[in-house]
Design a protein around this ligand. Structure first.
Ligand code: ADP
Length: 459
């Protein structure tokens, strides 16, 4: 067992603060990094120490400057690095450099980052584990003729995906032969621009699926468990907006099968730390693999609420070498990991739903949050006087509510959202209220098409 004394978080905003909170409770010293543009950001003050990173680089590139992060870690007695989500979290180079410099990388092994960073490779692993697969191309496709042949065989619609894609980007649905040529070249150029590689592959596009994902935890002693599933079907342009746990609208038997499939895959690859296996579930009660995210996710809060397990602290303890069943972590055997009640997370963003969700910037002249029984807030720069810059993603604060039933969790969220007063910058709060009151959200029947099909939610 190696006791971690100091954690550097190679990230910013709410997830950096989330990790600092976990460390504080464990008595671990914390180190923040910040870009010049983040000089006034809250995450900087929530750590014991904070250092400027990537001087002279752009606002994003500063956080991607692995060598400067290594320098800060060396100079300030850091022994472990948490990557959060986004930025370098799935970058195998960070994990590799950590290993070379003798820092503990709080996450999976390097091989897992490589394995799941390549979506075709991830599909191969899922196939090996016997998980149902969406019909797809065998490997990458490198000509428009191959796309035509695939569509000819499987029928429209199909979806073109970037092999290195992520975050809902690098995907293009193709509905007919007329769109195909243009979609192919756009998908390739977009992939190159966003992910530095124009490699693409194909899948059949499923109609009206639900996005169901399973939280996995594995340790270095060979134990792998799931912490049940989340329903993340409220999406706009393939990006999640509201997440729910458990996925109560699916039959219990289907949920169990999905969770078992996720565990099987992760056992097969001897996974460690927190990770998520994502699936699409279709109205005929089938489910199919889509990808694995080898990191903490934005929506981990809903799983924490229904299981009582602190996933970030668990990651840290696993990195120290503890078994998940050790009293230090205290996760019981799989059959005893039960869920209690229902949780919902809303991503409150500084975006204007009435104007195509355009990010808004400026000073928060007033910020008063909701609260009370059953409400949890994970904020980034959410305070009066905070300046929202255009450089980073527009997540302001995550509101998570918990209740004994889905309906109680909704009532708490609606009350919480109504208590918010945010002035100076536009937010998506009214849109979120519309989602929560929609009958399809209430009864759980919504699919991933819900937001795109209901444009009246935007006003
Ligand atoms: P990312 O890594 O960018 O998040 P995913 O593969 O996880 O990409 O897919 C994100 C979302 O895109 C899914 O939740 C779903 O809404 C949609 N999607 C992905 N693949 C398909 C598919 N084959 N058919 C229908 N929708 C899909």
């Amino acid at each position: 067992m190696k006791k971690i004394k100091t954690v550097l978080v190679a990230n910013r905003g709410e997830i950096a603060i989330r990790v600092f909170r976990a460390c504080n409770e464990l008595g671990i010293r914390t180190v923040a990094i910040y870009s010049k543009e983040d000089t006034l950001s809250l995450h900087r003050n929530r750590a014991d120490e904070a250092y400027l990173v990537g001087e002279g680089k752009g606002p994003i590139d500063a956080y991607l400057d692995i060598e400067d992060i290594m320098r800060i870690a060396r100079e300030h007695d850091v022994d472990a690095i948490h990557p959060g989500y986004g930025f370098l979290s799935e970058n195998s180079q960070l994990a590799k450099r950590c290993a070379e410099e003798g820092f503990i990388f709080i996450g999976p092994r390097l091989e897992h980052l490589i394995m799941f960073g390549d979506k075709i490779n991830a599909r191969t692993q899922a196939e090996l584990a016997g998980i149902p697969m969406i019909p797809g191309s065998t490997g990458t496709v490198s000509s428009v003729e191959e796309v035509r042949a695939f569509a000819g065989k499987h029928g429209f619609p199909i979806i073109i995906k970037a092999v290195n894609g992520g975050g809902g980007r690098g995907m293009r649905m193709v509905a007919s032969m007329d769109e195909l040529d243009q979609a192919y070249s756009l998908a390739k150029s977009e992939a190159l621009k966003a992910f530095g590689s124009d490699e693409i592959y194909l899948e059949k596009y499923l109609q009206n699926p639900k996005h169901i994902e399973v939280q996995i935890i594995g340790d270095t002693h060979g134990n792998i468990v799931h912490l049940h599933e989340r329903d993340c079907s409220v999406q706009r342009r393939h990006q999640k907006l509201v997440e729910v746990a458990p996925a109560f609208s699916l039959p219990q038997q289907l949920r169990s099968r999905i969770c078992e499939a996720a565990v099987k895959l992760m056992k097969n690859v001897d996974y460690i730390s927190a990770g998520t296996v994502e699936f699409l579930a279709t109205p005929d009660n089938n489910f199919y693999f889509i990808e694995v995210n080898p990191r903490i996710q934005v929506e981990h809060t809903v799983t924490e609420e229904i299981t009582g397990i602190d996933i970030v602290q668990t990651q840290i303890k696993i990195a120290e070498g503890y078994s998940i069943h050790d009293p230090e972590i205290a996760i019981p055997e799989q059959k005893d990991i039960i869920t209690h009640g229902h949780a919902i997370q809303c991503r409150i963003t500084t975006e204007d739903p009435a104007n195509n969700f355009m990010p808004d910037t400026g000073k928060l002249i007033a910020y008063r949050s909701g609260g009370g029984f059953g409400v949890r807030l994970d904020g980034g720069n959410a305070f009066t006087g905070s300046v929202i810059t255009p450089y980073y993603d527009s997540l302001l604060v995550k509101a998570t509510t918990w209740g004994l039933t889905h309906q109680i969790a909704i009532s708490k969220m609606l009350r919480c959202l109504k208590e918010f007063r945010i002035r100076g910058v536009k937010t998506n709060i009214l849109f979120l209220e519309n989602v929560l009151q929609h009958p399809q959200f209430t009864d759980g029947s919504y699919s991933t098409k819900f937001v795109d099909d209901n444009t009246d939610l935007f006003i």
